[in-house]
Design a protein around this ligand. Sequence first.
Ligand SMILES: [Zn+2]
Ligand SMILES: [Zn+2]
Ligand SMILES: [Zn+2]
Length: 90
Amino acid sequence: MKCEHFRDVKAVSHPRASHARGCEACVKMGDAWVHLRECLACGHVGCCDSSKNKHATKHFHTTKHPVMQTVEPGEHWGWCYVDELMVEEV
Ligand SMILES: [Zn+2]
Ligand SMILES: [Zn+2]
Ligand SMILES: [Zn+2]
């Protein structure tokens, strides 16, 4: 594993967004999303890059929180924006 960011966020407990109903920013705008991603640093839920608004990526650019995971049912992987590295079984 070449990425230290997952190890770092795992050392910190963070709120889990397993209750996530949607991308909060899209809901506020009345917009739609495709898939949801959860920031592992703070629990923020945003929409994926297949979604029009790409809020998960915008969250990274705004906050520099480096890693997220999918919150889609049955999917278990994460993504490091800094290393552009996918990790299975986060
Ligand atoms: Zn990384
Ligand atoms: Zn969104
Ligand atoms: Zn975050």
